[in-house]
Ligand binder design. Structure first.
Ligand code: G
Ligand code: MN
Length: 297
């Protein structure tokens, strides 16, 4: 399968199964205390302290262009390096963060990690690669949040077009007109705006109708195994046409098999993301792939 990908992809594939740090341990949905593993009070103290002391790291997952296999974007994904429980994925702590009213602080934290990554890549001559961050519509709704980001990017000398806000929604948007207006502000400031996880949850066709997203990402629940599932493939294919029809680019999430990458190319998806292409990993590891240096060299 290497021939289908670019140099960066080939370099990275050789590293799979090496010593590369990868997601393990505490995956899944719900919070850890649901499992009875951690007493809720202790968990809350840990979450609050992680926010206050920058305990949430950002790992990065590559998104490649289907036309040449090269990395076009890195998605910043939070990982909590817990002193006792190891690497903890967001499915385990996001709901706690939301319940505790800390989601804005957490999103700000991820934005800083994203800008740090952009600064580092630019310093190494890779200014063509964007970084995307998951941003709840509620966070995006604050003009203050978005304007502060534009100021921070300008201070670092990074054009706003290098940062992609991946709008995520875990509840129906409360006010469509306001959401459309927020999107206009974001676009006017020059940021890229993507819709995350389209086809699941509350990111709806109504938003696609009214908001000029730069990119729409089709949820991995639709993409997974779709290359061998006629119904799924029909849906994904129709969504690709629909998304192109409204002038956005399409990213297929959850590409785990070569046959799914083949399908992405065949049906004209613009970009692909998933374990086949690369798992989320620390920035240093992704940079090794970008510069084409094998880990440990
Ligand atoms: O909602 P969003 O698309 O931002 O979710 C990203 C999450 O999806 C990350 O936690 C990442 O680990 C996971 N992920 C990324 N690629 C794949 C994949 O190919 N398969 C599966 N099962 N999960 C993936
Ligand atoms: Mn995302």
């Amino acid at each position: 399968m290497d021939e289908r990908f670019g140099v960066q992809a080939i370099a990275f594939h050789k590293t799979q199964g090496s010593t590369a740090p990868q997601e393990k341990l505490m995956h899944g949905h719900g919070s850890a205390f649901d499992d009875g593993v951690i007493p809720p009070d202790l968990w809350k103290v840990d979450v609050r302290s992680a926010i206050e002391h920058s305990g949430f790291e950002a790992w990065f997952q590559p998104i490649v262009s289907t036309s040449n296999g090269r990395i076009c974007t890195l998605e910043a994904l939070s990982r909590w390096s817990h002193p006792v429980h190891g690497i903890v994925t967001p499915g385990r702590f996001l709901s706690s963060i939301e319940r505790m009213g800390l989601i804005d602080a957490f999103t700000d934290h991820m934005m800083t990690h994203a800008m740090d990554a952009l600064s580092l890549m630019r310093a190494q001559g890779h200014s063509d690669i964007c970084v995307s961050v998951n941003a709840p519509w509620n966070w995006l709704a604050s003009r203050n949040n978005v304007q502060s980001m534009a100021d921070a990017m300008s201070k670092r000398g990074i054009p706003t077009r290098c940062l992609v806000f991946e709008a995520v929604e875990h509840a129906p948007p409360s006010d469509l007109a306001a959401t459309v207006l927020n999107a206009t502000t974001i676009k006017d400031l020059g940021f890229m705006l993507a819709m995350d996880d389209f086809g699941s949850g509350f990111n709806s066709l109504e938003l696609v109708r009214h908001i000029p997203f730069d990119a729409i990402k089709i949820d991995r629940s639709l993409v997974h195994r779709s290359s061998e599932d006629h119904r799924a493939q029909t849906i994904v294919c129709a969504l690709v046409d629909l998304i192109h029809g409204v002038g956005s680019t399409v990213t297929l999430e959850g590409i785990e098999r070569a046959s799914e990458f083949d399908m992405a190319q065949r049906i004209g998806a613009d970009a692909a993301q998933g374990y086949l292409i690369g798992r989320p990993s620390p920035l240093g590891h992704v940079m090794e792939r970008i510069v084409g240096k094998p880990p440990g060299a």
